[in-house]
Design a protein around this ligand. Structure first.
Ligand SMILES: NC(=O)c1ccc[n+]([C@@H]2O[C@H](COP(=O)([O-])OP(=O)(O)OC[C@H]3O[C@@H](n4cnc5c(N)ncnc54)[C@H](OP(=O)(O)O)[C@@H]3O)[C@@H](O)[C@H]2O)c1
Length: 327
């Protein structure tokens, strides 16, 4: 069994590799290529790689990923790169005879004003959030690529391409030091720096009242491996050919204030937390309905507090590597 993890140096891809190794997959059976070795936007290079590399399974965890800043500043790059990566990998997997593929999507595929929690059936029922619409359209195309190849080639060739839609993820491999950090890595860094510098207050954008769901990345990786290895019968019985994606959430959400208080506690920051309500909040709530994957038998293992502890330990390693004298 040869397993290609595309994007193995990213947060999700590296967690999938950790999970596969922990489940007993031999290191030599995990195939990886760095971005420098194989640009997945380059169709010729992707075709050549798949033609030369016998593979049984593909995890597609490579993509152009970022927060509001990145999505707003580089919309052309976000839609082009994600469309190309998915189209090239899915098509090359098909032409080279790979039967099993799992693509990673995102909760932003759902309409901006979806009823909560957001079930898989909410896809394509309303207008997307404008700030990340190009990225979301590419991710929706990824779902539809998988479904279309299954519908055309599933019966004749055994094509079985699946997709999972994670909620907000955090944990080892997160981006703590970029302009477009997500909320948890950004707050870990800010509270850590406030503690280190003796600051008495930290100001956070928005009202603090909006709700978000957070999942530890190793739980996401475990869910990915779980969905990949479900039998076709069980997968087929719990999905539909044109609504085949599976949400992966933590199961409950917290307000940004509650998340900030939990992170401050883990970091050991005891100063004040202020909210700047003049700054944008984003959607009031983004909560995934994970009934489908729960009924299939998967639930997350890591509590929010445990996950934050492990994320902060990872941050300290990254911080130490950046500036050894700072810790
Ligand atoms: N992080 C989250 O909260 C979250 C939430 C929901 C869904 N997801 C999804 O999970 C997937 C992985 O996200 P992530 O957080 O792991 O992102 P990440 O940490 O930024 O990793 C993405 C990986 O893709 C690689 N990559 C990007 N463009 C490439 C290209 N043209 N050719 C080859 N490799 C390329 C990157 O390599 P380089 O760094 O060398 O470019 C990197 O290793 C994405 O599809 C994303 O939509 C993530």
């Amino acid at each position: 069994m040869k397993i290609y993890v595309a994007g193995h140096r990213g947060m999700v891809g590296s967690a999938i590799v950790r999970t596969l190794l922990a489940q007993g997959v031999a290191p030599g059976d995990i195939v990886t290529r760095t971005h420098a070795e194989l640009d997945l936007c380059n169709q010729q290079a992707v075709n050549a790689f798949f033609a030369a590399t016998p593979l049984d399974q593909v995890y597609l965890a490579a993509g152009r990923v970022g927060g509001i800043y990145g999505n707003n500043t580089f919309p052309a790059e976000f839609i082009y790169q994600n469309l190309m990566i998915q189209a090239n990998v899915v098509h090359a997997a098909h032409t080279s005879g790979v039967k099993k593929l799992l693509a990673l999507g995102s909760s932003c595929i759902y309409p901006r004003v979806a009823s909560q929690p957001m079930a898989e059936g909410a896809l394509l029922t309303g207008t997307l959030e404008p700030t990340n619409e190009p990225y979301a359209v590419a991710k929706i195309a990824g779902i539809k690529l998988c479904e279309s190849y299954n519908r055309q080639y599933g019966a004749s060739q055994g094509t079985d391409y699946r997709s999972v839609m994670p909620t907000n993820l955090y944990g080892p491999g997160d981006q703590y030091f970029t302009d477009s950090s997500h909320v948890i890595p950004a707050l870990i860094r800010r509270f850590h720096e406030a503690k280190r510098d003796g600051a008495t207050a930290v100001s956070i954008w928005g009202t603090g009242t909006v709700r978000r769901e957070f999942l530890y990345v190793d739980d996401m990786a475990a869910a990915s491996v779980f969905v990949m290895n479900l039998s076709m019968e069980r997968y087929g019985a719990n999905t539909q050919p044109m609504c085949s994606h599976i949400n992966v959430g933590y199961g409950s959400d917290v307000t940004i204030l509650e998340a900030a208080q939990a992170i401050a506690q883990v970091v050991g920051y005891h100063g004040q937390i202020h909210f700047d309500a003049s700054k944008p909040d984003g959607a009031p709530r983004k909560w995934m309905d994970s009934t489908r994957i729960n009924q299939l038998g998967w639930t997350p293992k890591c509590t929010f507090t445990q996950g934050l502890g492990q994320a902060y330990a990872d941050f300290l390693l990254v911080e130490k590597a950046r500036s050894p004298q700072a810790c």
